[in-house]
Design a protein around this ligand. Sequence first.
Ligand code: MOS
Length: 708
Amino acid sequence: MSDVRARPHAIGSPLDRIDGAQKVTGTATYAFEWPVEHAVYLHPLQSTIAAGRITAVDTEAAEAEPGVLAVLTHLNAPSLTRPDDPELAVLQTDEVAWRGQFTGAVVAETLEAARAAAGLVRFAYAPREHDVVLRADRDDLQKPVHAAVFGMEAGELQDGSPADSMLGDVARALDSAQVRLDATYATPMYHNNPMEPHTAVVSWDDGALTVYCSTQGSSFSRTLIAGVLGLPPERVRVISPHVGGGFGSKVFPHSYAVLAAMAARTVRRPVKFALTRQQMFALVGYRPASIQRIRLGADGDGHLTAVSHEVAEQTAKAKGYADQVAVCTRMMYAAPNRRTTHRLAPLDIPVPTIMRAPGEGQGMFALESAMDEMALACGMDPVEFRIRNEPEVHPESGLPFSSRHLVACLREGARRAGWERRDPTPRARRDGRWLLGSGVAASTYPSPRLPGSSASIGVTPDGHHRVLIAAADLGTGAWTALTQIAADALEVPVEQVEVRIGDTALPPASVAGFSSGISSWGSAICAAAMRLREVLESDHGGTVPAQGLEVTADMPANPDEDRYAMHSFGAQFAEVRVDQDTGEVRVARLLGMFDVGRVINPKTVRSQLIGGMTQGMSMALYEHSVLDPRFGHVVNHDFAQYHIAANADVHAVEAHWVHERDPHTNAMGAKGAGEVGIVGTAAAIANAVYHATGIRVRELPITLDKLL
Ligand code: MOS
């Protein structure tokens, strides 16, 4: 790959966010705030059973309320084109597939009128017995069937991977191993919970639809929304320049946007719809729960001889979805015998989705907890045990890694964390009634590029460059990083570059997901910048013509993607204090050492990494969506009951990185930094809790009852 030219070095500088001032002064326009004339409001109706059929609907009282314009149910809703994504088929049948599913909508002149009238609609149901409990011993666990809709390779897991993998003879290797581990780990449902709820403001104009919505991918949303409404994509415009977080829940468009579009078509007015926090727990996805059995075998020198990772995870009957929970185990450590499997329990529950580091988030909790247990069983230091099992190439595909500095992360992280002073004996250190412990875990996440991005760059004679690409910045700093990439690619200062994102009127872009954004969009921008320089030289003698000049380029192919395995890495060190009487856990320090390739902006990358680590700590200790088996819904569906790490829970969190560019991933030498930060944090904390207390918690979250 050709490099971005080295001067004038916008890349690598800690540029403040270009949208920062707008955000902190409240002038950044979020989806619900877009001014539209004569807007009306939507309040949804949701099923109160988890499975069954609607047998009768009474909307009369609601329709008679002042200000009510329409009450939509499956009886009068417009027909949709059969969507690729069944989650989007809203109000098309009388079937109820989960509790909280949309059964209708009230549209009224005011939000209050819509909400009040919604309370007057009556549904009668014929319920079926529902089934919402994930257990590893269910006899109906099934292999996933998943059609990828990202243009990524179709596969059985949501990242396009096959459900199972097999190398050598695991059973025999386990039988003959000198040291063996067989342990089962579990992770609960987690909800993404971005600060900005999911919202849509939709209007129809002459058969064309405009959607202001909070999304991680305006182009992708347009494709799916147009598909389900039976429109050509060019008749739909999705606008989303500012996004208040998403953590994956805003990658796939969800049914609320379709419901709002239906309602707007019915009442012939623009419709505004913002989900409440409680509604979000049933309607915009979550990280599915998992039960993971890991078996490891090792020889007397601490070399792994067998690795087996079997996953059972929950999914929705309404839409098959399978996180790639054990895929991390296919590439992390060397071992000649290896087996990974994924099986699903299809349940009467809401549709899951990707949540920050989907798959690796759960899988590396189990694998890195197991690696800690196995290091102890082998009588080895957990850092050295990982280093001893470092593979030279991807253990399953045999491909070399484009770059893999995990050992450097482990060693440098250990040095910074003061690991050599650690007494490995559990429950050996205390400070008054606090038991003290430290733990380590590795991190990894793939660093892919997704297809489908193009960029345009226009330049005026006074040297102003305008870069257009329908990318998304959900708070990550991507907008700023793209400005830096463009500036270096164009060899101009950042002040001469204006980047526009978040609008399908711009050249298309892949989603802000899978830690692929900067790699994908940045590649397209570099290609457009190169093209601009070429056209300027060849057709204009190097001088911008009076009317300006604009070029467009697609993200170029990267043949190295077939030749190398591309992943980000990290090593995380946690120090915990556990109250010996109450079991309360405090994370006194988290230190992460990462390998994310070349860092475009150290300020925003650091934020991404410490944000991921903080979310990982929250996953370890606090977050837990509690599904009530009697009714099939998540009962702790608000911030009073769904606990997320708050400022007082977060003490020292440090993120550092090795300064190594990746020679193969993309023109910038960057790797993904959005997700790797959350991966492994929960295991590092669980391992530290074991070191502090001698108690191994294999089921997240690590609540105090598990330590007493
Ligand atoms: Mo990330 S869960 O792919 O937005």
